[in-house]
Write a protein that binds this ligand. Structure first.
Ligand code: THG
Length: 369
């Protein structure tokens, strides 16, 4: 497959770390929230093995924050998500699907509660800020909504705990999963969460003081040699194996949260008010007609650049394949697909046509085990 370079411009925003990752050998970018997001440092499979063994530093500044503050901020944030935030606590992160008035997904951010009247919505790749501003205007909410200058550095991998302890001291290892707090680096406080888009363990530093953040970025590499620290980025193979879904790839605004397996983040029985609640109640009582499932594909490697229809032998549409990779762990090509009834169960068979070849596809459960 021929690859093409990206023509950089103001519209495809660079991050504070771009010049650093380019010196360190970034080889591919994707665009996420109109910003450069590194997609490879050489071989994705080599990076995958390194991520599962050591520790990586990721420029994930493209995970932008939408800050919502003010008297009605809690009301607005709750209006946007089907997850019940009525008992949410300051200092915690909440993975929260954002839903529109037809019950479909708008985004799947991590929401940070900074104060009773101040929130960060740490967004996936869609323009949540305009959605929030539209709702605030329409409802005459007393809120302030803007994109703060926050540029996240993720520290991911099993040795992230040792590396972070070396920089911030023992206290940082006591941070609970999806908790956040403030920790000091050379006199500057940084908000750090135990989170990140891998299942190898790790942290995210929500850098607001960019000068100190750049110093911290360099510091990780200066003192991290004993942990074999390397630059990295969200890894396609690791995230598919781990079942971490990607808005825009695995699901989008044509899909609802039941179809995407988000049941545990949907609250229909409490008295919270959110957009699309009645629609979700109806979808639940009618039952869904398709669902995101895992698939195994009979081939040695795959390179998906768009979704591909999965058909059965009688020419019926089984579903569409949305992400796929060769998995070194399962030693086969695996993928994530939206599968229609009545094919929505493990061991149903289908086939895809890709690059002139016909490949057998077997449906399996998510997460892969
Ligand atoms: N970190 C931050 N912002 C983000 C992401 C991130 N914004 C974009 C994107 N990633 C949002 N999507 C996800 C998807 C999954 C998770 C986090 C963000 C995740 N899920 C855990 C899981 O599935 O096990 C835990 C979810 C839970 O609370 O139960 O971590 O990575 N800042």
């Amino acid at each position: 497959m021929k690859n093409y370079s990206i023509f950089k411009s103001r519209r495809l925003r660079s991050t504070p770390y771009t010049s650093r990752i380019e010196k360190q050998g970034v080889t591919a970018y994707t665009i996420y929230n109109h910003m450069l997001l590194p997609a490879a440092f050489g071989s994705i499979e080599d990076s995958y093995h390194h991520l599962k063994k050591d520790v990586q530093i990721w420029d994930v500044a493209a995970e932008r924050q939408v800050e919502i503050s003010g008297k009605d901020s809690a009301k607005l944030v709750q209006l946007m998500t089907c997850r019940d935030l009525s008992k949410s606590k300051i200092g915690r992160c909440y993975y929260s699907p954002i839903i529109d008035d037809s019950g479909n997904l708008v985004n799947d951010p991590v929401i940070l509660k900074l104060a009773e009247d101040r929130w960060w919505i740490s967004i996936a790749d869609s323009d949540v800020i305009f959605f929030a501003k539209g709702l605030a205007t329409g409802n005459k909410f007393d809120v302030k909504i803007f994109e703060p200058n926050v540029a996240i550095i993720a520290i991911q991998g099993p040795k992230s705990f040792s590396l972070m302890e070396k920089v911030f001291g023992r206290v940082i290892t006591e941070l609970k999963f999806f908790g956040f707090d403030y920790f000091t680096f050379k006199g500057v406080k940084h908000l750090i969460a135990r989170s990140g888009w891998s299942k190898q363990g790790g942290f995210e530093v929500f850098v607001e003081n960019i000068e100190s953040g750049l110093d911290l970025y360099d510091h990780f590499f200066e003192i991290g040699k004993e942990f074999n620290v390397k630059p990295g980025c969200p890894n396609l193979i690791e995230r598919i194996e781990s079942g971490l879904l990607s808005y825009g790839s695995d699901f989008d605004n044509n899909d609802n949260p039941f179809e995407c397996g988000f049941e545990k983040y949907i609250s229909l029985d409490s008295n919270i008010i959110f957009l699309g609640k009645e629609k979700l109640k109806k979808i639940k009582s009618d039952g869904i007609k398709r669902k995101l499932m895992g698939v195994e594909i009979k081939t040695d490697n795959i390179n998906l650049t768009r979704s591909i229809n999965i058909m059965d032998n009688d020419g019926n549409l089984v579903g569409d394949l949305r992400s796929a990779c060769y998995s070194p762990h399962f030693k086969k090509v695996i993928g994530i697909a939206m599968i229609k009834e009545p094919f929505c169960k493990a061991s149903e068979m289908g086939k895809i046509e890709i690059e002139g070849k016909t490949l057998a596809v077997k449906v399996c459960d998510l997460p892969f085990i």
